[in-house]
Design a protein around this ligand. Structure first.
Ligand code: 13P
Ligand code: SF4
Length: 300
């Protein structure tokens, strides 16, 4: 039996669903039951009735799935697949910020640890950040950990956003000079970038979109050439949903090393051994779940 058939057989026998983020390698996206952005995958994790979730992504994503569905076994195939941005803020930092800004609400990007989520009022993703900021009952927002997403949201709201200093090393590396160069080589192409990019890159883009919003955009646009300013795995997903468009990676080094740690063999081992299980201590989980549930309520 080949490896993909064996993965599918094991997943069926164990009543497991395989979730994959849009940045996963092609083979993982193809074998997954669902692939999508952070919000879509959280919504699926919260709702489906499988016994087990195998989360092909990075640790905070699997952790969020486990918080939202504590009765399920949530497996991350490679437990070392972390997100450096998530580790750029700690629970103590949130406690200090709240003391400094007692009237502010804490809106935390899902790219964060469970302990930080537990000290937050609401969680957001890149696809609903502005909506959540506008919908909460506060005019002052502590936004963490991503300074780039936070300052992008600030462009569209009158509310005061207090930024933290976190960032995504993969998106931060991409420079305005690189964007100008790739645009010059591809005249007429539309430039779409993720809001985790630097503000100077965002200033030059035509569209600023979460990975899920990129999928929606290519299905509707009449453009035929698109420069993709985010992690390289995204291009496979876009080709699957809109194959008639030519996609140009904004940079060949737009690679998140942690998203690339999962491959078919790693996934097969995870299903066979049912490892590594992600779990969160109950007191943290209960408080983090409140903030995640609030996000899901406010997203619609
Ligand atoms: P999305 O929510 O847009 O999928 O982004 C997740 C992420 O980690 C981007 O770097
Ligand atoms: Fe984290 Fe950046 Fe990788 Fe997304 S691309 S998982 S933000 S390091």
């Amino acid at each position: 039996m080949d490896i993909t058939q064996e993965i599918k057989r094991l997943a069926r026998d164990k009543n497991a669903i395989i979730l994959a983020h849009n940045y996963q390698i092609d083979e993982i996206q193809d074998i997954a039951d669902f692939s999508g952005d952070s919000l879509e995958l959280s919504q699926i994790a919260a709702k489906n009735d499988a016994a087990m979730i195998v989360f092909c992504g990075v640790h905070f994503m699997a952790e969020s799935a486990s918080i939202l569905s504590p009765q399920k076994k949530v497996i991350i195939p490679d437990p070392t697949a972390g997100c450096p941005m998530a580790d750029m803020v700690e629970a103590e930092d949130v406690i200090d910020l709240k003391k400094q800004h007692p009237g502010a609400m804490v809106i935390t990007y899902i790219n964060s640890t469970a302990a930080v989520k537990a000290h937050s009022d609401v969680i957001c993703t890149s696809s609903n950040a502005l909506r959540i900021v506008e919908r909460v009952d506060a005019d002052e927002i502590i936004f963490l950990p991503d300074r780039n997403l936070g300052s992008y949201v600030q462009r569209f709201t009158k509310k005061k956003i207090i930024l933290w200093k976190g960032f995504c090393p993969t998106h931060e590396k991409f420079t305005p000079e690189e964007l100008r160069a790739v645009r010059e080589k591809n005249p007429g192409a539309v430039v779409m970038v993720h809001p985790e990019c630097r503000p100077e890159v965002i200033d030059l883009a035509d569209e600023v979109l979460s990975t899920g919003q990129m999928v929606n955009f290519v299905q509707k646009t009449d453009k035929r050439k698109i420069i993709v300013g985010t992690e390289i795995g995204m291009i496979h997903k876009l080709k699957c949903v809109a194959p008639h468009i030519e996609y140009i990676p904004a940079s060949a080094s737009f690679i998140c090393p942690n998203m690339k740690k999962t491959n078919l063999q790693v996934l097969l081992n995870a299903l066979q051994k049912e490892e590594t299980v992600v779990s969160v201590a109950q007191d943290i989980r209960d408080r983090a779940k409140k903030a995640l549930d609030r996000m899901l309520e406010l997203s619609y």
